[in-house]
Design a protein around this ligand. Structure first.
Ligand code: HEM
Ligand code: 2O0
Length: 289
């Protein structure tokens, strides 16, 4: 059924900014993680994967219940590598255990985008931890080998349109694929921890070659050592997606605005918030110097 947010009346934006700051400082502190990419990208991924189990057809899954904390969900093969994000957040939860896990995972994803110089992501608390038996079954996250109709159909389960789909996948400007996690590898070039429209610029401008990687999976590789998943490349292979890819490659502000809106919609999928609950917009560490 529909999940109704229950904001903690005793907590203000100050309390949540403190959690944001602890996450942001820990990201800065532990900068050597994953060959100096840092924890930002996998915090974005755990926020997306905890939300990405939502299914509007039966109103199950999504970020509300914080079920990523349970073995069944974190051990989903689609979540390979995300235990490191969960372990990163454990001391944050220990210090602020008044927060729900659903709010913590999504707030971490907001913090990571903003601290990577990305757009401001308005965020609302009120997710309530649900018991282990509400954990959705494995297999609700997308397949990296999908084509454009697979991708459009997959995100249709959330009610996302083409603009929201292309904008969201632009988060692949962050981090990298790891053979041991997903069976895809790269980029060998400097994977980025700065949020930008580079994913779209590379997708359009690089000289891509489809080839088998060391795990025997096909991926697109470029002479500069960049890579794209088949599901990434699918955005070039559909006219409506391609139009959006070009728009974002040529206008980073447009990408930032559309990404912020779609990311909020993703992180809040399946949740009803009180009409009068205004979102919080957090300051970055740099803005609080
Ligand atoms: C068609 C949809 C998508 C597919 C098939 C997909 C697939 C993947 C795969 C296979 C990886 C590599 C994981 C690893 O090997 O460590 C990855 C990483 C990542 N994904 Fe996606 N993804 C999709 C959509 C999204 C969305 C909507 C977001 C966020 C809004 C996102 C954010 C990320 C980030 C930040 C990483 C890098 C993680 C790291 O550096 O460890 N992805 N994705
Ligand atoms: N800069 C790169 O070539 C890596 C970009 N990239 C493409 N698809 C991706 C999927 C996840 C993380 C980074 C990804």
């Amino acid at each position: 059924g529909l999940n109704v947010a229950i904001p903690n009346k005793s907590k203000s934006i100050k309390d949540y900014q403190n959690v944001y700051n602890d996450i942001a400082e820990k990201i800065r502190e532990e900068d050597e993680f994953d060959n100096y990419i840092g924890y930002g990208p996998i915090l974005v991924r755990i926020a997306w994967h905890s939300s990405g189990t939502f299914d509007k057809n039966n109103m199950t899954g999504g970020s509300f219940g914080g079920t990523m904390r349970f073995k069944k969900e974190i051990n989903d093969p689609s979540n390979a590598g995300l235990k490191q994000a969960d372990e990163f957040l454990a001391p944050i939860y220990k210090k602020h255990s008044w927060i729900s896990h659903g709010d913590l995972y999504t707030l971490a994803g907001v913090t990571a985008v903003q601290e990577a110089q990305g757009p401001k992501i308005p965020w609302r608390p009120g997710r309530v931890d649900q018991p282990e038996n509400t954990t959705p079954e494995n297999g609700r996250l997308p397949d990296a080998t999908g084509d454009s109709s697979y991708v459009r159909n997959y995100f249709g389960r959330f009610g996302f349109n083409d603009t929201e789909i292309v904008a969201l996948i632009g988060a692949h400007c962050l981090g990298k694929t790891h053979l041991e996690n997903s069976g895809f590898e790269g980029p060998w070039g400097a994977a980025s921890n700065v949020f930008s429209n580079e994913f779209f610029v590379n997708l359009l401008n690089e000289n891509w070659k489809l080839q088998k990687n060391a795990a025997g999976n096909e991926q697109y590789d470029s002479p500069k050592g960049y890579m794209m998943l088949p599901a990434d490349f699918a955005l070039r292979q559909d006219n409506k997606f391609l139009k959006l890819v070009k728009a974002y490659a040529n206008d980073q502000d447009l990408f930032f605005n559309d990404f912020a809106k779609a990311y909020v919609k993703l992180l809040e999928s399946g949740i009803h918030f009180p009409a009068d609950q205004k979102p919080f917009i957090f300051k970055t560490l740099d803005e609080q110097e």
